[in-house]
Write a protein that binds this ligand. Structure first.
Ligand code: CMP
Length: 141
């Protein structure tokens, strides 16, 4: 099915100047960027985004990291976009990420892991609308 998913290029990858290389992987895999912006997240915005992890021991480090520099937030659209993006990213922990995935190639640690991608249709819907109004998403198909 044609899906949309939320993708974030995290502060570590922005600092490494690999925004273009990462976007290129999405495009080469047949995903279209239908919305995009660079933002410096406030603590409040980052905490709200990761609210489901609020009770986890890594929550504070996660918010510290995600507010440590600008991120690039985009909506990817395509056939099975949610799973396609997760395949491109590789495992959350870069030590476990398959060769050739974004995290294997660009991530340094489980926190500085280069990218985020929605993990289900439900989270994609919530995460896309957390960052983008309907009129900020452009029809491409
Ligand atoms: P992300 O997909 O952005 O969602 C939550 C993030 O928490 C995850 O990527 C990791 O960067 C970070 N994180 C840190 N420690 C863990 C952990 N033990 N399990 C899952 N995610 C973790």
């Amino acid at each position: 099915a044609l899906e949309r998913t939320l993708s974030i290029i995290k502060p570590d990858a922005v600092a490494k100047n690999v925004i273009g290389e990462i976007e290129s992987r999405f495009e080469k895999a047949g995903l279209s960027i239908v919305a995009m912006k660079m933002v410096q997240l406030s603590r409040e915005k980052a905490e709200g985004f990761y609210a489901e992890h609020k009770e986890r021991p890594f929550f504070k480090d996660l918010v510290d990291f995600m507010t440590s520099g600008p991120v690039v937030v985009q909506v990817l659209e395509g056939e099975n976009a949610i799973l396609a993006n997760r395949d491109l990213m590789g495992a959350t922990n870069p030590k476990e990420a398959a060769a050739g995935t974004i995290r294997a190639d660009f991530a340094d640690s489980i926190d500085a892991n280069a990218v985020h991608g929605s993990d289900s249709a439900e989270s994609a819907a919530r995460e896309v609308s957390y960052f983008f109004a309907d009129d900020e998403i452009c029809a491409r198909a």
